[in-house]
Ligand binder design. Structure first.
Ligand SMILES: C[S@@+](CC[C@H](N)C(=O)[O-])C[C@H]1O[C@@H](n2cnc3c(N)ncnc32)[C@H](O)[C@@H]1O
Length: 295
């Protein structure tokens, strides 16, 4: 797929997050599929439900919901990115699901406008880190759900990871032995993401729990999943270098090319290669599943 001229989200969804590596892409997709299945189970989807997938990306959640619906059930895929919706349209055509699935270009920071309370289930994943007002998002979700409606989602908890991991741990690789190189990378990484990085860190499991209760849901569940592991999702050093963690960030390779000398780049690559070869990964991870019910 050539996405040269399309928006930053489509390029990231279809290309950059996969690090130009098929094995990595497959591993990432497997993780996403497992998360999707948990989100769908927690949503208790009924046969004729109207299901809204907010910020759908490639349709992962909404299209996954189809198997729970009969012919009267409906799925609405929404996203801010037209390119993402166009790519979903192709998938819908291939699946011959035009009668049950529709596409809508909606900014989820304005979700509540004109929707009414017509939705049975809202699904979302990977959107909160990009929203300025997380509680308003939940309030909008609450407002467009009909009575008896459910909200089910999953989000990374970057604030939890940042609190726990050592400063020089990057993607699970300990760069403390090459501090001079690491400092340059860390500083550039913060600089390129600017204020958008703050949004990724400005919520916790506690704040989300309160947000969901504050907006009126009568039943709220959150499940924090945190891990520390010697396993890595990266198959090789090239995938580490080419991976772009979010559309506002740069790959390690791009950062290295900008701030490191050739010698420093070699040091970085050799160091990560060595850690991978010796199984010396120390990966910190945290995320949250949440489900809420509107009485
Ligand atoms: C991390 S991806 C998650 C995609 C999908 N939910 C998944 O689970 O794979 C975030 C998605 O949010 C969309 N997005 C970003 N900002 C948005 C906004 N303000 N309103 C609606 N969609 C947005 C992007 O286009 C992208 O598809």
């Amino acid at each position: 797929m050539n996405l040269g001229n399309s928006d930053k989200w489509a390029k990231w969804i279809h290309e950059d997050r996969f690090a130009k590596n098929d094995e990595f892409a497959q591993r990432l997709t497997n993780v996403a599929t497992r998360i999707r299945d948990q989100i769908l189970v927690a949503a208790s989807i009924q046969l004729e439900d109207h299901v809204l997938d907010v910020a759908t990306g490639n349709g992962l959640l909404g299209l996954g919901a189809l198997k729970y619906l009969n012919k009267n059930g409906r799925v609405y895929l929404t996203d801010i990115s037209l390119e993402n919706l166009k790519s979903c349209a192709k998938t819908i055509q291939e699946l011959q699901e035009e009668s049950r699935v529709s596409l809508h270009q909606i900014d989820c920071e304005e979700l509540d406008e004109g929707e009414g309370d017509s939705i049975d289930v809202i699904l979302s994943r990977g959107i909160l880190p990009y929203l300025v007002d997380k509680e308003k998002y939940f309030l909008d979700c609450y407002n467009i759900l009909r009575s008896g409606g459910r909200l089910s989602g999953h989000e990374p908890l970057n604030s939890f990871v940042l609190k726990n991991k050592p400063k020089y741990n990057l993607y699970g690789f300990d760069l403390s032995l090459i501090k001079k190189v690491a400092d340059k990378i860390i500083q550039k990484n913060i600089e390129v993401q600017g204020n958008l990085r703050d949004l990724m860190l400005d919520y916790t499991e506690h704040s989300l729990f309160s947000n969901l209760i504050n907006v009126g849901f009568s039943s709220v569940q959150i499940n924090l999943q945190s891990s520390y592991s010697h396993l890595t999702i990266f198959p090789d050093v090239q995938s580490v270098l080419k991976y772009v963690p979010n559309p506002n960030a740069w790959s390690l390779e791009r950062i290295a090319e900008t701030v490191l000398s050739n010698e420093e780049k070699d040091t970085l690559v050799k160091h990560i290669k060595g850690l991978l070869a010796n199984g010396q990964v120390r990966k910190y991870n945290a995320s949250i599943f949440y489900a809420a019910y509107k009485k």
